[in-house]
Design a protein around this ligand. Structure first.
Ligand code: ADP
Length: 447
């Protein structure tokens, strides 16, 4: 028999048995009255507990649970145990939910959970930022009534989500961005909408495509020239020696041009892909600039007035080859973009605690709106002048890379028709005192 029935039945049996015992002693009326009173008291006891239970059910809190008496006490303590266990499970669920929400908030991707009718169930802060959503306000709203771009609406309508959708968005405070949208169906026709910011990747892809197009374009011209000469020469039955010599000279010039381009490309690629730490040494900049001055004299071949001003003997902690290549590019540009008779000055000086190598020329100068773009690969103000003078369009890109690897930067001041000043500025913590033996009493100026 069920344990719960045993005790009430025992009590009832006891009452009936007591009444039966009382019957011969006190008579039938007294026995019945005693039994009725006992059953009445039992009923009152149950009704009292039931009423307390009912009262408690109106505001069921663990701390208000009545103590109960008799069988009810057992029942209420069982209920209290159940509520405590329930409370623990709820706390664990709440903790898991909080952890999930924290993980969702920390995700670098925008995440939106959609129900089987594409209504927003939940989203993380990244999704709020990128899609302009507000979880408190938009929960339960159709996602397409908030994200209305036609491509997105169309994408959501189809059922095959194997390919992601690239979606342009303009979230306030973030600016234009491109998101790769991916729908992941799960559970009971619910869907996870994921948005990954691919703006940087897209920009890199455009840069890479432009770069390949630029390199191909740069190589096409010399290759066309070479091809043309080779065809002409091979078509000639009796080659004219003078023309052959001239063709060979022009062909060799094109080869030099291609060689220069390949060398600059390799230098750039080395600078960009170099993960190894910079090989640094104490670079005696005054000595290095002195050599560059000699190179400039032979490069100019007497066409310019070239000056050297070493206002300080300070050295720089740097990679000598890279610094030589960067400074050399600035000097060669000054010569190439300064017409005959112009003046060029190479200067090494201290500006406060910073070291500054500047090349000042009285050349063609550059209009203001070009200046920010000069260090872009293949950016040229005057394409034909750059090519005529053997430029690859990569010189200043190399300079910028070298300087940024040394936490240094390039400053450009220029005036069209007046000239330019290109300065490589090194931070104070890269500066080193001149070796004692090399310290002259005065600055050096050579003309
Ligand atoms: P390039 O090989 O074409 O000279 P660079 O990257 O060295 O390429 O320079 C980019 C562009 O900057 C040049 O094409 C030129 O238009 C401009 N430029 C660089 N240096 C000077 C200068 N000293 N004077 C005038 N223009 C310059």
């Amino acid at each position: 028999m069920n344990g719960h029935w045993r005790k009430p039945l025992l009590t009832a049996t006891l009452i009936v048995f007591s009444a039966l015992v009382l019957w011969p002693i006190a008579g039938a009326t007294a026995a019945s009255l005693a039994a009725a009173t006992a059953f009445g008291l039992l009923l009152v006891h149950h009704l009292h507990n039931l009423s307390e239970f009912h009262q408690w059910l109106l505001a069921p809190k663990l701390e208000n649970l009545p103590n109960g008496s008799g069988k009810w006490e057992q029942l209420f303590s069982y209920l209290a145990r159940m509520m405590r266990r329930q409370g623990q499970i709820e706390a664990q669920l709440q903790e898991a939910l909080t952890r999930f929400q924290k993980a969702g908030a920390a995700l670098p991707e925008a995440v939106v959970i959609l129900d089987n009718d594409n209504r927003i169930d939940w989203c993380n802060p990244k999704a709020e930022a990128y899609f302009g959503l507000d979880l408190d306000r938009d929960r339960g709203q159709q996602v397409t009534s908030l994200m209305r771009q036609p491509q997105f609406v169309e994408y959501l309508r189809q059922t095959d989500f194997s390919l992601p959708l690239n979606l342009r968005v303009s979230p306030a405070g973030i600016g234009d961005a491109t998101l790769s949208i991916q729908m992941v169906p799960y559970g009971d026709r619910e869907t996870l909408l994921l948005g990954r910011d691919i703006t940087r990747w897209e920009r890199l892809e455009i840069t890479r495509r432009d770069f390949v197009a630029n390199v191909s374009h740069e190589l096409r011209t010399p290759l066309t020239v070479l091809n043309g000469f080779l065809e002409t020469l091979s078509d000639m039955e009796r080659p004219d020696p003078e023309m052959t010599a001239r063709s060979l000279l022009l062909m060799s010039q094109q080869c030099v041009r291609m060689n220069r381009l390949v060398e600059d490309l390799l230098t750039l690629s080395r600078l960009e892909s170099s993960v190894a730490p910079l090989r640094e040494e104490t670079v005696n900049v005054p000595e290095l600039v002195q050599h560059l001055y000699q190179d400039a004299l032979s490069l100019s071949n007497g066409k310019h007035e070239i000056h050297l001003k070493l206002a300080d003997r300070a050295c720089v902690r740097a990679n000598a080859d890279e610094v030589r290549s960067a400074f050399g590019n600035l000097v060669s540009n000054a010569i190439r973009y300064t017409p005959e008779g112009g003046r060029i000055e190479l200067q090494w000086t201290l500006r406060g605690d910073e070291g500054m190598f500047s090349v000042t020329d009285t050349g063609i100068g550059i209009e203001m709106h070009h200046i920010d773009r000069l260090t872009e690969r293949f950016y040229r103000v005057d394409r034909s002048r750059s090519r005529e003078t053997g430029g690859t369009g990569l010189g200043l890109a190399i300079v910028k890379h070298v300087l940024s690897r040394h936490q240094a930067h390039l400053e450009i001041v220029s005036e069209p028709g007046e000239g330019s000043i290109f300065s490589a500025v090194f931070p104070a913590d890269r500066m080193e005192a001149a070796p004692v033996a090399a310290r002259p009493s005065q600055a050096v100026a050579v003309s």
